[in-house]
Design a protein. Structure first.
Length: 326
């Protein structure tokens, strides 16, 4: 009889999911149990990757368990059939396959199974020439910034956040982590320090207009650079009272705020906080800034990633489609 394998949505809480070991792994012996703990609790440090890989592995084990297939009897055919059964985008299937491959690599290393059944399974072909994030134009970005009133602390907060996204090309998750101490005088200029994904630590100079806006926001929010160093730089607001709480805004909070501001400014609702990153990278490249410098600003390890954000030569104008003579 198939055993129930939990997922993050089972309602048991994240701790229950993290400590759960499937019956199939337990039955496979101590080596399999050790490899399971090693893979999910020690090898993968990024929580988002760990969650995605755990979901993929648990779903595949559930699939095999329903067919009464033991861990050591899982074949490439089982893995391929499981992937075919997923109603997911190609990129999501490739991520699932990557997680299953790494999982079985660990099982092989710990002698829980003889061979990696996912090693020979081919993923679907997928080529990315351009990122999918919609770009906000310079004109639209200026319109958005001008639409945000700064006669109250919430307006100053929101304009500061959007300005940071625009003028530093930072990811929304890194902006949400900012503390007051991360805005500081480095001696010859003010900088923002970001803890970015992948454990990267980055210092980005603050341009003068953004510096002035941040100081105005700090005064309005009654935050002081020296005294409130460990407090969040950007806090949530108490509904529509125009007053801030002591709770830090999350990446989700910032995303929802930006969406509201975008819609209020009459801009396309498909735009997102990541759209500013695309616009900033494209704008700098259009001005002839070297790719390496833009790559460093964006915090990309590979220049090919930076090129995915470059929309200079990948735009189809309406003039082109109007010339179709059919």
């Amino acid at each position: 009889m198939p055993t129930h394998l939990p997922s993050e949505s089972d309602g048991r809480g994240s701790l229950a999911v993290k400590s759960y070991v499937p019956v199939m792994i337990v039955k496979a012996g101590d080596n399999a149990r050790f490899a399971w703990d090693e893979f999910f609790q020690a090898k993968i440090r990024n929580e988002h990757t760990r969650r995605a890989y755990r979901r993929a592995v648990l779903n595949m084990l559930r699939f095999c368990d329903a067919q009464a297939v033991e861990l050591r009897h899982i074949t490439p055919g089982h893995v391929g059939t499981f992937l075919d059964s997923l109603n997911l985008a190609v990129t999501s299937k490739k991520q699932a396959l990557a997680g299953i491959r790494h999982f079985f690599d660990c099982m092989v290393t710990r002698h829980a199974v003889a061979l990696n059944p996912a090693l020979s399974v081919r993923g679907e072909r997928y080529s990315v020439l351009e990122g999918k994030t919609p770009e906000i134009s310079v004109k639209q970005a200026r319109k958005l910034l001008q639409s945000i009133e700064t006669n109250n602390v919430v307006g100053l907060r929101d304009k500061s956040i959007v300005s940071v996204l625009v003028y530093t090309a930072a990811r929304v998750g890194a902006v949400a982590k900012l503390r007051v101490k991360d805005f500081y005088d480095s001696g010859d200029q003010f900088c923002l320090h970001f803890d970015d994904k992948g454990g990267k630590s980055r210092e980005i100079p603050v341009r003068h207009d953004l510096q002035g806006l941040l100081f105005e926001y700090l005064r309005s929010a009654e935050l002081q650079l020296g005294c409130d160093a460990n407090r969040p730089l950007f806090n949530t607001a108490v509904r529509k009272t125009k007053q801030l709480t002591l709770r830090s805004m999350t990446a989700g909070d910032i995303g929802r705020m930006v969406k509201r501001r975008i819609i209020a400014a009459g801009l396309p609702p498909r735009l997102s906080p990541h759209s500013f990153r695309v616009a900033t990278i494209t704008d700098l490249l259009e001005q002839g800034v070297p790719l390496e410098d833009v790559q460093n600003l964006a915090g990309h390890s590979d220049p090919r990633t930076t090129r995915l954000y470059d929309r200079r030569h990948k735009k189809i104008t309406r003039n082109i489609v109007e010339r179709i003579s059919i």
